[in-house]
Design a protein around this ligand. Structure first.
Ligand SMILES: Cc1ncc(COP(=O)(O)O)c(C=O)c1O
Length: 372
């Protein structure tokens, strides 16, 4: 079989044999080759397994953002960190709080899985749950408003603001350099989009070496990020009901919206066929990266970012009864994606791709600059 090992396989810097601190175990994550059933044997993609970090992909921005805030003097020793998160970033912040000795409060909503809630408490974070969604901005906006309220009550407290803080994007330089060391050449990057941090950060560094890199964004149906109207969203991690400033619209070649049943199928296939699986964003990214492996010429080297592992999703994605209740179980592989010419052409409810990517708030941002 034509097993597509990269031509250059330079070893990434090895982790310390014995870590003195948990933060030393962040980064240098492995890459796994994935082909069937997403693509024919030998025509797959390389999955960067960020579940190998202690918490997940957001250990990287958690540590980096807090380190940078302390360096600038925005965060003074011992003062609280308060942030809104649906889970993975909260784990990263708990790690940063422990590393730099800051109390951490995570504002979340009732959709947070009980296992993550328990995990966060175990790791020393305080969890504050909002009770109702914001009438326009949904749960995300409700969480953000609660953060503002808590910050006003705690002088000196710091909010990293992962949606708009450029340190979130900058945190991914090491991940990109690891990928280059692991794969040698990269033609396509497939990344899910929530705050926009990892897609922007990894692609900008990869383009310093590979200027023609194709960036495929993966979003959730019902997410507003790429210009769809807000709708119900079952999937957590990827997608948003706001327009995060860290999304680098100009960087994307195309965007795919994926529905929950399609992500469930992909997550379960990953587990069954490749052992390494994860949450909603992992399934959605695998589905789209497999499509890219079929759609682009043989030999195209595709890297896909898998942000976390499966444990948090045992009561949802991997729970038959829960999936049946939400009509998410299907043995058949999802069909090819539908195609639309413009992101707002129609409301998408299943896997759909669009090769026109634009900032839905571009007009408002221009107006704001003119007024200023
Ligand atoms: C599990 C998971 N996948 C994907 C994402 C999206 O990543 P980003 O915020 O870097 O766009 C997130 C963001 O919170 C996440 O938690």
């Amino acid at each position: 079989m034509n097993f597509p090992l990269p031509e250059t396989l330079a070893a990434p810097a090895p982790p310390p044999v014995i870590a003195r601190r948990p933060s030393q175990l962040v980064g240098s994550t492995p890459v796994l080759w994935i082909d069937e059933p997403f693509a024919p044997a030998g025509r797959g993609f390389y999955a960067k397994l960020e579940c190998a970090n202690l918490g997940g992909i957001k250990d990287r921005p958690g540590l980096h953002m807090v380190r940078e805030a302390r360096r600038r003097g925005d965060l003074v020793s011992g003062t609280p960190i308060i942030e809104s998160s649906s889970g993975t970033f909260a784990l990263g912040l708990a790690l940063a709080g422990l590393t730099f000795d800051h109390p951490v409060t995570v504002v979340t909503d009732p959709g947070m899985e009980p296992s993550v809630l328990r995990m966060l408490t175990t790791l020393g974070a305080h969890v504050d749950q909002v009770a109702a969604p914001h009438p326009d901005g949904g749960w995300q906006q409700a969480r953000r408003e609660r953060v503002v309220e808590l910050l006003a009550r705690a002088p000196g407290a710091y909010c990293p603001d992962q949606y708009h803080n450029p340190d979130n994007v900058a945190a991914y330089r090491p991940l990109a350099t690891e990928l280059i060391a692991q794969l040698g050449r990269i033609d396509i990057l497939v990344a899910s989009v929530g705050t926009g941090g990892h897609s922007a950060g990894i692609s900008s560094v990869l383009r310093e070496s590979f200027p023609h890199l194709t960036l495929i964004g993966v979003d959730s149906v019902g997410s507003t990020i790429f210009g769809q109207p807000a709708g119900p969203r079952l999937m957590r991690g990827l997608g948003s009901s706001i327009h995060p400033g860290n999304v680098d619209y100009a960087a994307f070649t195309e965007v795919h919206w994926v529905a929950p049943a399609e992500a469930v199928w992909a997550c379960r296939q990953l587990g069954r066929r490749h052992y390494a699986t994860g949450g909603w964003s992992v399934g959605a990214v695998a589905l789209v990266a497999g499509w890219a492996a079929r759609a682009y010429p043989p030999g195209t080297r595709i890297a896909a970012i898998f942000p976390d592992g499966p444990h948090r999703y045992l009561d949802t994605v991997y729970n038959d009864a829960w999936c049946r209740e939400h009509q998410l179980l299907s043995e058949a592989r999802p069909c090819e994606p539908d195609e639309i010419a413009a992101p707002d052409e129609c409301v998408v409810t299943s896997w759909t791709r669009c090769s026109q990517v634009r900032d839905p708030l571009a007009h408002e941002r221009v107006k704001a600059v003119v007024v200023r």
